[in-house]
Design a binder for this molecule. Structure first.
Ligand SMILES: Cc1ncc(COP(=O)(O)O)c(C=O)c1O
Length: 409
């Protein structure tokens, strides 16, 4: 279990400045993870494009960009966030699906790399905004995957709405070339929260083999191959983080193998979000009520509106009670939504909890605040950055009731 980057006194001081609930992000931890990933891949022409959807906050994006990452945007708003931080051109990968032309227009204006999710989008893009010089296509390997995934989020590729078949990839590339496109990229995203290194390396094998087939059949080569995101994190205390060095070395083997076969060098991209910021975020929330009925409930001032993963996927997030240790009693930790899945934990062994205690919900730095919503009129919380100098900075204020009413006509 990773050590918390703050102590009890620090959290108490932070809570004096920012009322609970809020997400707290550890800048030092984020920077260290980026550096570790870069170091592991140093022998490859590698770059990670941070999946903006994981933590769409300009302050965080700026840190990641400073550390050399590109941005993977999936919507107009995420493209605009990149623009706001001063990130443009080949530093943005635009991987969207079911995309309106207005979004392609913005991507083209920013000269982002456009990644097409479907064969039919080739004509759509051409007609609506024109084809850029560089186009990437998103592959869905369907049932051809043989290594079974530990991932519980993405499921079977053939059931996923994303990407196109191998045949469509081939035909799409030939068509794009005919239409004057000069540079090509290849992409897939078949892992999510994946801790199995073989599965992650398998993604590289699949894409490199496909690239080789395309080259043999159509003479098309690739400027880059994007292996997608999906490196998992150890949400559970007993899980181990992915060994970046082993992952990089496995991918390097595949890279060297395919080059020996005759495929010319290409850049290797990934678009991880979770592994970059996930472990460095904490949802800080206070106990409002203890309720004892058929079970014991800890009612906190955060709800599923601030962190949806446990309610949506039954996902595990570790919980620490500030200043208390050792599990003594089983509780369900719940929010105030009128939904019975508004639970951060079920039957969790925790120390004896009292009203007013501070709970730290771990690993909320990716797909946490970002998935927030307003059901029951619940408001999204603030986001606070714990800077490398130990000081804090508010990087997103909490929503107010006025924000909730702002869209009413
Ligand atoms: C296309 C695409 N790329 C990257 C990601 C990032 O995944 P992760 O944060 O698990 O690395 C996602 C997640 O939903 C995605 O849909």
């Amino acid at each position: 279990m990773k050590k918390l980057p703050f102590n009890k006194k620090q959290i108490e001081e932070i809570i004096n400045d920012f009322p609970t609930p809020f997400h707290l992000y550890d800048e030092q931890g984020i920077r260290s993870t980026v550096r570790e990933l870069k170091k592991a891949f140093v022998k490859l022409p590698f770059r990670n494009y941070f999946a903006v959807k994981a933590l769409p906050n300009p302050a965080i994006m700026k840190i990641l960009y400073e550390e050399g990452m590109g941005m993977d945007a999936s919507s107009l708003a995420e493209l605009m966030l990149c623009e706001r931080v001063g990130i443009t051109g080949g530093n943005i990968m635009f991987s969207s699906n079911d995309t309106p032309s207005s979004e392609y227009k913005k991507a083209k204006e920013l000269e982002a790399i456009i990644n097409l999710d479907d064969f039919s989008y080739i004509n759509y893009l051409e007609k609506t905004v024109g084809l850029p010089e560089l186009v990437c296509l998103r592959y869905n390997p369907g049932p051809s995957l043989n290594e079974s995934s530990e991932s519980f989020i993405i499921g079977k590729p053939e059931e996923a709405k994303f990407g196109m078949t191998g045949k469509q990839i081939f035909e799409g590339l030939v068509l794009l070339k005919k239409k004057g496109v000069k540079r090509f990229g290849l992409h897939t995203m078949i892992a999510s929260n994946e801790l199995n290194i073989n599965y992650l390396i398998g993604t590289a094998t699949i894409l490199f083999e496909l690239a080789y087939k395309v080259y043999k059949k159509a003479g098309i080569t690739f400027e880059f191959i994007n292996l997608g995101g999906g490196i998992g994190i150890p949400y559970r205390p007993e899980s181990q983080p992915v060994d970046f060095a082993k992952l990089a070395s496995g991918i390097r083997n595949e890279y060297e193998k395919i080059q020996k076969k005759g495929l010319s060098p290409f850049k290797i991209f990934m678009e991880n979000g979770r592994v970059i910021t996930g472990p460095h975020g904490y949802l800080i929330t206070r106990v409002l009520h203890i309720k004892n009925t058929y079970k014991s409930y800890i009612g906190v001032d955060a709800s599923m509106a601030n962190l949806m993963r446990p309610g949506m996927y039954g996902a595990y997030h570790h919980i620490t009670i500030l200043g208390k240790s050792d599990g003594a009693k089983k509780y369900d930790v719940v929010g105030s939504l009128c939904e019975n899945n508004d639970k951060f934990a079920v039957d969790r062994q925790l120390p004896n909890v009292s009203v007013g205690d501070i709970l730290i919900i771990h690993d909320t730095g990716a797909h946490g605040h970002a998935m927030g919503f307003n059901y029951n009129g619940k408001l999204r919380s603030a986001e606070v950055l714990l800077k490398t100098n130990g000081k804090t900075k508010l990087i997103r204020r909490a929503e107010t009731v006025d924000d909730y009413f702002a869209t009413l006509v």
